[in-house]
Write a protein that binds this ligand. Structure first.
Ligand code: TUI
Length: 291
């Protein structure tokens, strides 16, 4: 979660028993390095960094995670294949996010440690397949641990993911409303107030981004209706995530959130969210045994 998953949130999640991840997004490499240093001051637990492959800084970011001895990296929005040998040599666990079986199979041959199968219910940059359909296909296609992402809010979602063959889950949207998440309050409020049909896919074909509907998403829809060129989509989207996250511009900013935004009803500390998830999983298991 670029701009959203900062050091404070990553440290709080790791402290609470999860694996906190810093979202590098398209931030300048020096900013990411500072975030990494900040997490190290806040926790001794392992944490990860997500490298967004559409940033122009991929090479620098790879060198930074190696130099800072980050334990785990996840990758998104691209094929990290060429960097795997270098990362593995440095002893880093690598979990690329994949949205298709083809890329999962390709990356499985490169020595990655596992894959994150992300369905299109999630917020931000998405693929085309839902979590329910994608996870079992990837589980069957590779001999690696698979983590499910997209559309997971509570114990029901976690058990569903495990039933599909995943060994764990990645959650974003619910943690945007964690107390430790430093996004602008307007951003959290937009998620808390969202209803089931309030997110929409925006952007150029093949580069779809899920956001909460607003003036910006309507402008994107207009571009799509007019068959605009990719460059026009890029121009409209420039700086819009930062505007929403930092300035709280939720009307003309890009309020990235997944479809489970509708289930988020309040801000909670990360520790409370994780404790609630664990308790909820036990409850769902009991329910299933009673069927
Ligand atoms: O990366 C994400 N989600 C993100 S990154 C992000 S930052 C951003 N900032 C401004 C505008 C747009 C985005 C917001 N959300 N998720 C991981 C993800 N990766 N989802 C889908 C994929 C993916 C898609 C295609 C991974 C690989 C892929 O393959 C490309 C290829 O080369 O085969």
């Amino acid at each position: 979660m670029a701009w959203v998953a900062t050091a404070e949130l990553a440290a709080a999640v790791s402290e609470a028993g999860g694996l906190g991840i810093i979202g590098a997004g398209s931030a300048p490499p020096q900013v990411v390095r500072e975030e990494i240093k900040k997490v190290k001051k806040l926790t001794e637990k392992p944490f990860g960094v997500n490298v967004y492959y559409m940033t122009p800084y991929v090479e620098e970011l790879i060198n930074i995670v190696i130099a800072e001895e980050v334990k785990v990296i996840t990758t998104g929005a691209g094929n990290p294949g060429k960097h795997i040998p270098k990362l593995k040599e440095a002893g880093i666990k690598v979990f690329p996010v994949v949205a298709s079986v083809a890329l999962a199979k390709r990356l499985a041959r490169t020595g990655v440690d596992g894959l994150i199968a992300e369905g299109m219910e999630c917020g931000g940059h998405v693929g085309e397949i839902t979590t329910m359909a994608l996870v079992p296909q990837i589980v069957d296609a590779v001999d690696l641990p698979v983590i499910a992402a997209g559309g997971i809010y509570d114990g029901r979602g976690i058990i569903a993911a495990l039933s599909l063959g995943a060994v764990g889950v990645q959650m974003g949207t619910r943690f945007v409303c964690a107390a430790e998440c430093t996004v602008h309050n307007n951003y959290k409020k937009a998620i808390i107030e969202a209803k089931d049909r309030d997110t929409v896919l925006t952007g150029y074909r093949g580069h779809q981004v899920r956001v909460i509907k607003n003036k910006l998403s309507r402008c994107f829809a207009e571009l799509a209706d007019n068959n605009a060129e990719q460059g026009e989509f890029e121009k409209l989207g420039e700086g819009r995530l930062r505007a929403a996250v930092v300035e709280g511009d939720i009307e003309t900013g890009s309020v990235m959130a997944g479809q489970i935004a509708a289930m988020v009803s309040r801000e909670q500390p990360a520790r409370e969210i994780i404790a609630e998830l664990v308790e909820d999983v036990e409850k769902v298991l009991k329910y299933l045994k009673g069927l």
